[in-house]
Design a protein around this ligand. Structure first.
Ligand SMILES: NC(=O)c1ccc[n+]([C@@H]2O[C@H](COP(=O)([O-])OP(=O)(O)OC[C@H]3O[C@@H](n4cnc5c(N)ncnc54)[C@H](OP(=O)(O)O)[C@@H]3O)[C@@H](O)[C@H]2O)c1
Length: 270
């Protein structure tokens, strides 16, 4: 099998997000398993053929180093990577600034990325930013992320706080809404498993239509709401005092604030 990207990638931290990216790259033929090395003392089940070690091999360097540990672990893990010299370092750590990473791990080019969990299906969102003008490295970062879903560059690194709140954390917020939709249906008498299937498929179909139609979400909501009908009665509850918009705005503000806190905490004393 041939891979679409050459060279070796080290994945530092193969948890929920690192594992999701790995899964998609292998399924899409972006890498062969033998091009990948997982550095994670805790990772148990990895895709067939992918090697795992507890710590970075001394005296070796990958072409691409992907940091996917918890932001709070950066100071513990960085010294173990301080002698490797990756051509490209991609960090998906929430909050943590590129300068914070550059002060701890030498790399020719650092690109920050904020993916989200549906990357495992190639239906994620990935925001990218780099201050580096190294076009080949930027192209490599984009080629790495393209099979994962919608990829867009941010001009301003500080926008990562907003992106992390919206699309990084967003699936978590959508899952809460799906659960609430299903529970609401069950409360009205539907069997719980059926309510769950209907809720998931309703959100899936509504998102697909929003994507395909080009109409705004508010215009689509109006198409669902027959005059004097059931949807308007429900929307009146969501819109009362801008309840849904206020709740979601407060949710995103809390997530973005946490991203700023993680950035500050990671700056530390390097
Ligand atoms: N989850 C998401 O949707 C998402 C989206 C965008 C960005 N991110 C970012 O991705 C990063 C990982 O998040 P996550 O949700 O995937 O967390 P996670 O599931 O906890 O994954 C982190 C992985 O790192 C491992 N690890 C712990 N100590 C390590 C060490 N010393 N060296 C190497 N690996 C080590 C963990 O093992 P143990 O479990 O044994 O500790 C775990 O497998 C975070 O920086 C987060 O901000 C996550």
């Amino acid at each position: 099998m041939s891979a679409s990207l050459p060279g070796r990638l080290w994945l530092v931290g193969a948890g929920n997000m690192g594992g999701a990216m790995l899964e998609r790259w292998l399924a899409g033929g972006v890498f062969r398993p033998d091009q990948l090395l997982v550095i994670d003392p805790g990772a148990k089940t990895l895709p067939a053929g992918v090697a795992r070690v507890d710590a970075a091999p001394e005296g070796e360097s990958p072409d691409i180093l992907l940091l996917a540990i918890k932001p709070q672990l950066l100071d513990a893990v960085a010294p173990t990577l301080a002698t490797c010299r990756p051509g490209l370092l991609v960090s998906i750590l929430a909050g943590v600034e590129a300068a914070t990473i550059a002060a701890r791990i030498p790399a020719a080019t650092i690109v920050r990325a904020m993916p989200n969990l549906p990357v495992s299906l190639g239906q994620g969102v990935v925001a990218l930013h780099s201050d580096a003008a190294d076009t080949p490295a930027r192209d490599t970062a984009e080629a790495l992320m393209a099979p994962l879903g919608l990829v867009e560059w941010l001009d301003d690194e500080t926008l990562f706080h907003a992106v992390t709140a919206l699309s990084g954390s967003g699936p978590g917020f959508v899952y809460r809404f799906i659960a609430a939709l299903a529970e609401g249906g069950a409360t009205l008498g539907l069997p719980a498993d059926q309510a769950q299937r209907f809720a998931v498929t309703t959100v899936e179909g509504a998102a697909a239509l929003a994507s395909a139609s080009g109409a705004t979400p508010d215009a689509l909501a109006d198409r669902v709401a027959s005059p004097g009908g059931t949807t308007r009665a429900g929307l009146d509850v969501l819109d009362d005092g801008d309840a849904i918009r206020r709740l979601v705005a407060a949710t995103l503000t809390a997530a973005a604030r946490r991203s700023e806190e993680l950035a500050d905490a990671a700056k530390g004393a390097a």
